[in-house]
Ligand binder design. Structure first.
Ligand code: FE
Length: 335
């Protein structure tokens, strides 16, 4: 009996040896993007990172259904609206980190301390220079002006990116003015709304629309596939919106610690590492987004668009006002 106990003990010790510390991450970011980051983390710290990848909706539903039994220590997803949702569903835990607070600007972090941005995604205009000049463009709001009739292209209002954009406009202008703007957009549409940003950019390049609103990394991906000397001639150009007013609408990809994390300390260390210079360099280069840590330079294609002024309203507003934004877009006939 004694021998058996001993050997069981020996076996569990051995098992403990084989399994160094692990952090389990639920991620809606694709594996290709985050795997190299986590590999670098494992190499540096010896900590193993297990990842389960799925779309936002199913991931949040899974976290909720698993409750205190969840293996997840950390959630990574895109859009402040989704992170706000996770927080509001009680799926995240408050954390306070000096490292994160120093690395990531306040408007990209949850005021309640349940999530932080790790990369910045800018939603701005692309235009076709043979149909419209940059000097004719200024703000998102101005795209509602009748001078753009038949010239504007938009992605569907069902996409959270547009819900966040309109939510931030509500935060800035209130509902009445925002609704006027959205109605103006709808009246100016060149064609039906698009299912994704890439198709929209291609439509701008093809001259189907003169101007549209997209996340910049979609243009980055198109340019990245072209030989360097062909990029300049690509017929969809980026324009930084609202530079003389409140700045470009930005959103984030970000992370939080799950409410029932078994390895809370490990999750926090990983989040801190992801906000660090080294990880920020890797992260931004991979997805052609902007580093959330302002000390770090973006990829060459991304940097070629020049610096821009960001809208500094806290990201949490995008989540808070998402419901109102959806209703407003519906009222305004934005499909
Ligand atoms: Fe996207």
């Amino acid at each position: 009996m004694k021998r058996l106990t001993l050997s069981v003990l020996a076996m569990s010790l051995l098992a403990g040896w084989a399994h160094a510390e692990t952090v389990t991450v639920y991620s809606s970011r694709n594996e290709q993007l985050i795997k190299p980051l986590f590999d670098a983390y494992t190499k540096e710290t010896g900590v193993e990172v297990k990842v389960l990848t799925d779309k936002e909706g199913p991931l949040l539903a899974r976290l909720q259904a698993e409750g205190s039994n969840t293996p997840a220590d950390m959630l990574i997803t895109v859009d402040a609206g989704n992170l706000w949702q996770a927080s509001n569903m009680g799926l995240l835990k408050t954390f306070n980190s000096k490292v994160v607070n120093e690395n990531i600007p306040a408007h990209l972090r949850d005021p309640r301390g349940q999530w932080t941005g790790l990369s910045v995604r800018a939603r701005t205009m692309v235009y076709n220079p043979s149909l419209i000049k940059a000097e004719q463009l200024s703000t998102y709001e101005d795209l509602a002006d009748p001078k753009f009739k038949g010239k504007l292209c938009l992605r569907t209002s069902k996409k959270v990116y547009n819900q966040s954009l309109v939510g931030m406009m509500i935060a800035q202008h209130g509902e009445a003015k925002t609704e006027q703007v959205v109605r103006g957009w709808v009246a100016n549409l060149a064609t039906d709304v698009f299912a994704d940003d890439t198709k929209l950019i291609e439509a701008v390049a093809a001259g189907q629309c003169a101007v549209g609103i997209v996340n910049t990394y979609y243009l980055g991906r198109i340019l990245d596939k072209l030989p360097a000397d062909k990029r300049e001639a690509y017929p969809a150009k980026l324009f930084w919106a609202n530079q003389k007013t409140n700045g470009v609408h930005v959103n984030i990809s970000g992370a939080g610690i799950t409410r029932f994390a078994k390895n809370e300390a490990g999750a926090l260390k990983l989040i801190e590492w992801l906000s660090s210079d080294k990880a920020q360099n890797l992260y931004a280069d991979k997805d052609l987004e902007f580093p959330a840590n302002p000390k770090i330079k973006a990829d060459v294609i991304v940097s070629s668009w020049g610096p821009f002024k960001q809208n500094l309203i806290n990201m949490a507003k995008a989540g808070e006002l998402q419901g109102k934004a959806v209703q407003l877009m519906d009222r305004a006939g934005y499909k």
